[in-house]
Write a new protein. Sequence first.
Length: 479
Amino acid sequence: MSESEGQDKLGRRPFALLAALAALVLITAGLVRLAIDASDRDPRPRGTLEDVLALRERSDLNVLFILVDTLRADRLGVYGYERDTSPNLDALAATGIRFADQISQSSWTKCSMASLWTGLYPTRTRVLRSYDVVSPEARMPAEIFQEAGFRTAGIWRNGWIAPNFGFSQGFEIYLSPRSQRRQGKRLVRLENPNVTLDGDDADLLYSALEFLRAHGHERWFLYLHMMDVHQYAYSEDTALFGTSYSDSYDNSIRWVDSVLGHLFRGLEERGLRENTLIVFGSDHGEAFGEHGGEGHARNVYGEVTETPLIVSFPFRLDPGIVVETRSENVDLWPTVLELVGLPGLPDADGRSMLPEIIAAARGETPAQGEDDGLAFASIDQAWGRTQEGPRPMVAVNEGRWRLMFRAGAPERTELYDKSADPREQRNVVREQSEVTERLKERAVGYIESPLPPWGEDTPSVEIDEMQLNQLRALGYGVR
């Protein structure tokens, strides 16, 4: 379905109402004041582990998947950050499930999202370069929801997940929202080179609310892909933490958190919160000089691959559940699909984390398999330079260890002890030769992974100059 067709499905007349809604919402002190106080005004009933396990029996359950692009876990309060960047997300986690050690599969959106949606590692999705496309033979969660009778919609603002890259499979509506002109528009730091991306996440919010107005009475699956953290964009109300790059990043998290607060309020006002499962995650993090550079899509160190994952139910868990066992973005949909009682993804590398959820809720230690705690992240460091050959970089996480392996330069292998050195600053490769060699074998085995379920054909697409310029507006050096 084309973007224009998707917008037609939402209807043209309601978009005029959105402009009025935008003005009404932003006239006062701004979205940031709509933070949810879970203890005082959470309308949901209390729930138990038995209610979690009974979700699969419900015929009224909706699923809202929120992805905040470029969000590292350690900048959220619920993950231990000292700044108050995320009151709404903290409240969401306090009465739901938080995965404490979540690993994304890449630091580049297209590669990471292909793995998240298919449950396959990047070496198996074959979405490794700028021109690669998710195979039409891939089985996607939106297709599973659609076949189960859900209305499916995706609203996105990152060009790397545009329909021509294969990400619209299974969505009846798949669109990038129109920019709404309004007073009180959020601020963008002027020196940010990415300022040419049109609109902001409030536009996405208004489209989401309109979808709920039109289809809230049906059973639905809604995916929202937010970009203002990627763009370091924020409002005056959320300019709380200074003006450095790192401060501006925190300001943008606070802004997006306030947008989400308004979304959660919208669910409540429509009577939808008590039959909606909310899944919140990110595709990758952001670097601030930890390994000599800023940004992402260059390597797979911890600062760009350690992301949040929060699941919130139609009821409150008291207390919330924290899953300490390491998990990955490839585990996200195997877990959610099992929770809601739908078929899983075929031949997935990820697995359902339901056993770990049950163990954490009961205060038990989950049974450990041979590969539990093993997680991979990777990137072709030449993904945007089409005239160069591949340069794969792989991170292998095993227990306390994290190995960084470059296939073309194995002599540059790095090993970090995350328990003693969580920021990965001290390379202990010379001191731990046995561990290094064992994890190198893991890295090589990962690079030589078996074919995906659809075989060896890797679709590709030619990117025209207009789309290249749009992608460059996101700060990517594609050429």
